[in-house]
Write a protein that binds this ligand. Structure first.
Ligand code: ADP
Length: 444
């Protein structure tokens, strides 16, 4: 038969009573009393001490009392016996986890060692917390890296330091760095370090060697620039020859339509070559902007005038929406290139509009920007096409029957970047499109 467990509250009560008796007796003794009070004190103190000793022996340890209130079935010594075993199991699991963490750490280190891209981790004080051998190799021997070094050991250039700080604002920043003989693409990414309460985030910096890509890109650009330039002369020759045949009536009437086809093909080829060489001039940096002070009203009216013949031929009404207070607004731009950009947007708007429709050029001063919005009532652009129309040669399949090179918007995008502006598109299929160009409206 199992031995009945004594009631805990009873055990605690008698323990407390014994304790109070002992303390009370001791207190009476301590008050230096005479006669029978002293005897009562001695009796109380001795009785209390004996009772307390017995209770303590019965309860043995505090653990026994604690075990008595643990809500498990097995409240006896067996649980106490299991504790060392449980402790050993915990230690074993802890060791296993530590080994696993170490193994994973080693894997990470090996990956970093074998990675061809350079990687550096900067803490909130911009000190090096981690870097791999490729980072050292790519940044060159002039940057001899060591853990704990300040960022300037790796990146001395003010632009790099600015970009690394810029990345802390939230978005990654990318830039190109020349470290002879290499050209590097560097990317700074804000990094939330675990268990770091600092307000400044850490920064992860990756470094890629793009020397070969850059060389290939330069070769490609040179080839395109040369080819388009060289092809212009023979194409002009063909055009002159075809025109001579036409004007001299040197071809039988049955051949007339072939001549017209040849002329159209030559025109298309000329247009393509013009656009290709223009794009390659922008890409190679051969095109330099020559900004001059301009007045908004006069400039906008002139720009619209350029496309008047095309608008009339297509029976499209082009309107300028410029608030009177902006008529004399002074701004600075390269007039030739700004007209070229607006021309591309405007001639697309006219080209893709149905006869009788209207096109509006709205000009506004919007904070730091001078905004040009070219809106049409054409077919609009689907979401899939909208993502690609700024790529070279991309033309939406639905409008392929309308002539074009697919290079106009690529030129627009490049010119916008060159002017430190940006292009945006709002469109709805079946309703029309609005191309918005924002130009910095710096004071003249
Ligand atoms: P292109 O006009 O010579 O085809 P672009 O580069 O100027 O080349 O335009 C690329 C494509 O973007 C066009 O082929 C057309 O699909 C689409 N696009 C451009 N502007 C408009 C517009 N205003 N309305 C509808 N589609 C447009």
């Amino acid at each position: 038969m199992p031995k009945a467990q004594p009631d805990l509250s009873q055990r605690i009560t008698t323990s407390w009573a014994a304790f109070l008796l002992a303390v009370g007796g001791g207190a009476l003794l301590g008050r230096d009393l005479e006669g029978e009070f002293r005897i009562v004190g001695i009796i109380l103190a001795v009785f209390g001490a004996i009772l307390l000793a017995v209770r303590t022996w019965q309860n043995r340890t505090l653990m026994a009392q604690v075990l008595a209130v643990i809500p498990v079935a097995d409240k006896g010594d067996s649980l106490l016996r299991k504790l060392p075993k449980a402790w050993a199991a915990l230690e074993e699991e802890n060791l296993l986890l530590r080994n696993q963490a170490e193994a994973e750490d080693q894997i990470r280190r090996q990956i970093l060692t074998h990675l061809s891209a350079g990687m550096l981790l900067l803490d909130q004080d911009r000190h090096l917390r981690l870097f791999n051998p490729s980072a050292q190799l790519l940044l060159g021997s002039s940057s001899s890296l060591g853990l704990g070094d300040p960022v300037v050991v790796a990146f001395r250039e003010p632009e790099s330091l600015r970009n690394i700080e810029g990345a802390c604002q939230g978005a990654p920043v990318e830039w190109t760095l020349r470290r002879n003989p290499r050209i590097l693409r560097v990317r700074a990414i804000p990094f939330e370090a675990p268990l770091q309460a600092s307000a400044r985030p850490w920064v992860l910096v990756t470094v890629d060697d793009i020397t070969r890509q850059e060389a290939l890109e330069t070769t490609r650009q040179k080839f395109i620039a040369n080819a388009s330039h060289e092809l212009k002369t023979p194409v002009t020759g063909i055009r002159i020859a075809v025109e001579n045949l036409q004007e001299g009536s040197l071809v039988l009437p049955e051949g007339e339509s072939s001549l017209r086809i040849m002329l159209r093909a030559v025109d298309r080829m000329t247009m393509l070559l013009e656009d290709i060489s223009e794009l390659s001039r922008i890409e190679t940096g051969a095109l330099r902007l020559e900004p001059v002070p301009l007045r908004l009203g006069a400039f906008a009216a002139d720009s619209l005038e350029n496309t008047r013949p095309q608008a009339e031929a297509a029976n499209v009404q082009v309107a300028l929406d410029l608030p009177p207070e902006l008529e004399d607004f002074p701004f600075q731009a390269d007039p030739l290139r700004l007209v070229q950009l607006l021309d591309n947007l405007l001639s697309n708007a006219i080209k893709f509009s149905p006869g009788g429709a209207g096109v509006t050029v709205q000009v506004r001063k919007d904070g730091p920007w001078l905004t040009w919005a070219v809106a049409d009532q054409g077919p609009g652009i689907s979401e899939t096409d909208a993502q690609r129309i700024f790529e070279r040669f991309y033309r939406a399949p639905s409008v392929r029957r309308i002539p074009g090179t697919g290079l106009g918007l690529a030129i627009v995008k490049h010119l916008a970047v060159l002017m430190k502006g940006e292009v945006d598109l709002r469109t709805e299929v079946g309703k029309g499109s609005t191309f918005i160009f924002r130009l910095p409206a710096g004071e003249v």
